[in-house]
Structure formats: structure tokens, C-alpha cells
Design a protein around this ligand. Structure first.
Ligand code: NAD
Ligand code: ZN
Length: 351
């Protein structure tokens, strides 16, 4: 779990005080990895850089890649004689995962692709701080950093991945565009449904999942003010992340990984595109999801897969089915008897 967290509107301004005692000396910088949406915006002026700290703006257009992590680590090692005091990630799931991976790789040898999997990291990461600016993925609490590697999309799952400190400032999410707000917010909703309907469920996951689900309903079906909505969704993301930390996601995530690998569809949107067609697996969840979509006036792109050739569809299915723990969580130990390739192809063809 994340050992330290501050929460509140404007709490971003506590970052200077939080980092100060963690500065090793004036030669060991803090590296701020920041979503490039904030380049030239007011937030840039509020980043508490000192001495030779570095701010690196990064586009979240594409999801993080192992090559990108390795290149950043090389650059940082080349630019400074000393190992940095720490890494601060500011942005959505993309930047949060990137910063976790960079913090790990500054203290571990080789390429980040060697550590995609479970508990392969040998040495603790550098001190790292996460500041989410859009809510839903739960990347701020999770013990994984999802990376697209040379042959797979898989997280670096380890006890060293989790942030040492998180700053939750709901105000930072004010500028998120509505569509993106919905896609990333629905990632949280889908985490809840997949966790709560899964066979891996336990009291720990259930308690967090139920709270997150209740908050999602308030945010997407209720009549909240902008501030309340931002605050509640930030906490929903936190609880949703905690819920899957001790269970697993399910069918939507497995199939969305296939979409992402073949078409580059981003996580939040990909999950939405799949989830809308999963009535047979999550009947109540899909009904609620469609209500939220209508209430918020969101339209999804369509015909993404209708023109795909058989080999692309096959690859998607193969990637989806390779996510075995997700299927086992969703459908139980005998999941292979409960799902066919044709079923998955038919779902993809509806997207
Ligand atoms: P994102 O980080 O990809 O950002 C989506 C878009 O929102 C980008 O264009 C970004 O610039 C913009 N944005 C972010 N904050 C903004 C703000 N305050 N104002 C205006 N625009 C803003 O989105 P995401 O959905 O949070 O993250 C998706 C990523 O998270 C994927 O790479 C996925 O693999 C990962 N993920 C990780 C975990 C985990 O546990 N580690 C869980 C789920 C998803
Ligand atoms: Zn997710």
C-alpha cells in the first residue's frame, strides 16, 4: 500500500515541503515527469523545483513503452553525476506508470522489459511520488506499472512499484475534457464491477469495491457540483484501485488488452468499447454503464473492428485469452469451457 498520502483541494502546494527532507544533497535532483498538457499552464509555475531539478514534459498520446522508460533512464543517468533524490510523476495513468517504472529502473539493471511480470524486481525503487491529474485508473495506488513491451503489454508488478507518497488534489482534474473524464472514470467503474463479480473476491476487495461503486453512481448518475464530482471521483479511483489490488480485473480488461495491442486503442476507451457488449457476463453492470453513458451524453466511436482481417481478429483473441488470471477471476477455474474464440470474435466485430 501507499504509505503516505495527502488529500485536499490545493494540496499540490504541499509538494515543496514533502520533497525537502527527501533531498539527498543539492547535486541529487528531483526529476518531475509531467503530462505535456501542463506545459505552459499555471501548474508548471507551481512545480517546486530547486537546484538542478529537471522537469521533463511527456505526451500521454501513447501509452508507456519499455523503450521509452529505458531511454528516460539513460538520459537521466547521463545528465547527472549523482543518482536523483527521487522521481515525481504528474498526470494520468500514463505518466503515473511511466514515473513508477523510471524510479524502479534507476535502481535496477538492464531493460524494463525484463521486469514485466510478477515480483521480478530485485532492488527497491528510488523514492517516488505520484500526483494524479485525472481520476479512474487507480494507478496512483496500485503495485503495477503497465508497459507496452517488445512482445507484450504487461505490468511491472512488485512491492517496489507502489508510490512512496501520493498527493491527491482534486482541483488538478478541473481541465480534463468531458469524453476523457468519462473514459477514465469508467475504467474505475469497470474495475469495481469486475472485482465485485469476480471469483477472486474477498472481504478486503469487496469493501473497497463497494465504496468505489457507490461513489461512481453518485458521480455519473447523480446531480453533483463540479467540485463534488472531482472530489468523489478521485476517491472512487483510489478505492477501485485498492479493490483490484487484492483481486483481479475481468473480461473487459482482457479483451481491451487485445484491442490495445492490435489497434493502439487507449485503456479507458478500449474498456468502454468492450464493456458495452458484455451483457452476458455482467448484465447489471452493463445496464448501469449504458445509463451513465446516456445521462452524460457520451458517444463512442464505432466500426473500429468491423473491417479487420481474420488474422488481426485472431491476434486480438489470442492476446485476450492469454490473460488467464483475468478469465479465471471472471468465470472460475473452468473458464475454458465457458468461452469460445467465436464468442470473442463476435464481440470484437460489434465494436
Ligand atoms: P492518460 O494518462 O493516458 O491521459 C489521457 C488524456 O488526458 C491525455 O491526453 C492527457 O494529456 C489528458 N489529461 C490528463 N490529465 C489532464 C488534466 N488535468 N487536464 C486536461 N487533460 C488531462 O489517461 P488515463 O486513463 O488516466 O491512463 C491510462 C493509462 O493508465 C494506460 O496506459 C493504462 O495502461 C494505465 N493504467 C494503469 C493502471 C495501474 O494500476 N497501473 C490501471 C489502469 C490503467
Ligand atoms: Zn483498468
Amino acid at each position: 500500500m501507499v504509505p503516505r498520502v495527502v488529500y485536499g483541494r490545493g494540496s499540490f502546494d504541499q509538494l515543496a515541503d514533502i520533497l525537502l527532507p527527501k533531498r539527498k544533497n543539492s547535486e541529487a535532483p528531483f526529476i518531475f515527469l509531467v503530462d505535456d498538457f501542463f506545459e505552459g499552464k499555471a501548474l508548471q509555475q507551481r512545480i517546486p523545483w530547486l537546484f538542478n531539478d529537471q522537469i521533463i514534459f511527456i505526451s500521454a498520446e501513447e501509452e508507456p513503452k519499455t523503450e521509452q522508460v529505458d531511454a528516460l533512464v539513460q538520459k537521466i543517468s547521463k545528465d547527472f553525476d549523482e543518482i536523483p533524490s527521487g522521481i515525481v510523476g504528474i498526470g494520468g495513468g500514463t505518466l503515473l506508470d511511466l514515473a513508477k517504472a523510471v524510479a524502479i529502473m534507476l535502481n535496477n539493471e538492464g531493460s524494463s522489459s525484463q521486469y514485466q511480470g510478477w515480483d521480478l524486481v530485485n532492488r527497491p525503487a528510488l523514492y517516488h511520488v505520484g500526483v494524479p491529474t485525472i481520476s479512474g485508473t487507480g494507478a496512483e495506488v496500485s503495485r503495477t506499472a503497465v508497459l507496452l513491451g517488445p512482445d507484450k503489454k504487461l505490468g511491472i508488478n512488485s512491492d517496489y512499484t507502489t508510490y512512496d507518497q501520493v498527493v491527491l488534489d482534486p482541483e488538478l482534474a478541473t481541465t480534463v475534457p468531458k469524453d476523457q473524464w468519462f473514459y477514465t472514470g469508467m475504467d474505475c467503474f469497470i474495475h469495481c464491477v469486475e472485482s465485485l463479480e469476480g471469483t477472486y473476491l474477498n472481504a478486503f476487495s469487496q469493501s473497497h469495491g463497494e465504496k468505489a461503486l457507490e461513489l461512481c453512481k453518485e458521480v455519473f448518475l447523480g446531480e453533483l457540483s463540479q467540485n463534488e464530482g472531482e472530489e468523489k471521483l478521485m476517491m472512487a479511483s483510489w478505492h477501485g484501485g485498492m479493490s483490484i489490488a487484492y483481486s483481479q480485473v475481468g473480461v473487459a480488461h482482457a479483451m481491451s488488452y487485445g484491442l490495445s495491442y492490435v489497434l493502439g486503442t487507449k485503456h479507458g476507451l478500449g474498456n468502454c468499447l468492450v464493456f458495452q457488449h458484455l451483457q452476458e457476463f455482467y448484465p447489471e453492470g452493463v445496464e448501469l454503464f449504458l445509463k451513465m453513458k446516456t445521462k452524460q451524453g457520451i458517444e463512442f466511436p464505432n466500426n473500429l473492428c468491423s473491417e479487420l482481417c481474420d488474422s488481426d481478429l485472431d491476434q486480438m483473441v489470442q492476446i485476450a485469452l492469454s490473460m488467464e488470471p483475468l478469465w479465471e477471476n471472471a468465470l472460475g477455474k473452468n473458464w475454458r469451457d465457458r468461452i469460445t474464440r467465436d464468442q470473442l470474435i463476435q464481440i470484437y466485430q460489434k465494436i
